[in-house]
Ligand binder design. Sequence first.
Ligand code: PLP
Length: 372
Amino acid sequence: MDYETPQFYRVMQYAARADRDVVEMVSGSPDWDPPEAVRDGLSAYAEADADEFQYAPSRGLRGLRAAIAARHGVDEARVVVTNGAGEANHLAMTGGLERFDGGEILLPDPVYPYYAGRANFLGAETTFVPVESDGRLDPAAVRAAASSETAVVVANSPNNPTGAVYGEDAMAAFVAVAEENDALLVSDEVYSQFDYSGRFSSALAVESPNVVATNAFSKSMAVTGFRVGYAVFPPTDGPTGDLVERATTRHMLTNVSGSRPAQYAVQQAMERTDTAYYEAARERLQQRIGRFCEALDEAGATYTRPDGGFYVLARFPDFPGSFENAERLVDEAGVAGMPGAAFGEARADDLRFSLTTPRVETAAERLVEYFG
Ligand SMILES: Cc1ncc(COP(=O)(O)O)c(C=O)c1O
């Protein structure tokens, strides 16, 4: 699999060029509104003084970092605001490779392809650990794959693409594997607001110098275009306390700073958005998951109902998840999903459908008609 060329656009563009109406279930961009306070924050920003149109502090707006630190119960000095979870993952993985011995990154299979692409261009060796049949990564399998060569272990919960959510025990076990092998656990928690199981546990619940947690407001506040994310690095007074400084320097050299108005609006929304906003998003998605899974049953597909996130991985009889079949599905059924082959080998027979569309009902009907 060529992870260095992002494949999402390939299927999206194919779907956009199709001669027929297509329900686009490829991209992970929410189709719902951001919290009202995001819009208010942006509007208010238009009237701000000229100096607030200049560079933000490189690590992020003070108030935003304080709010993030309070959310996680950590010292503000550990927080770097980044351009989305993407940059946070980049900084964390780079730091892990530099700081720890070994040149290997352990990744789950199926994998969020950008981890693998990033590992490739950072010149790291990649070792993939296949998930279990229910889509979960078994900590014992991660332990068996890890060695002194391992510098970084990546975990993602709730998971893209499997929908798995790891509880406290599994997260503690991933952290332990990192510690035992003198490596860094990078815990990507960008879907943390989309846990339907009640099981989600942040890696930060485990006190460890071997953990970086990454996150963003991209999905939780439906603002993927804002590019506001963050990483929480290990305590600055511990053995890996320099990781935050290294990341800050890299972030500064690459970006100078993140977008100030976007950070301001997100900060406002953190302060003013109540839990009902997040509950409504979860409820909407759970209804979509329910309807989509009903259709998958009718269509004779094999799948695991996601415990979190907003993707469903499904396998249809005699229809492997190749790029060719994804394109066939666009042309013949009018539904665009992402080929499982884009996520590695373990789920190459599956297709991944993103439920970030108001047209789940139409997609469901079309899939039942096509495969049923
Ligand atoms: C697992 C995972 N991590 C990171 C990202 C990127 O997040 P951001 O848009 O905040 O960079 C995505 C986006 O789809 C994702 O699925």
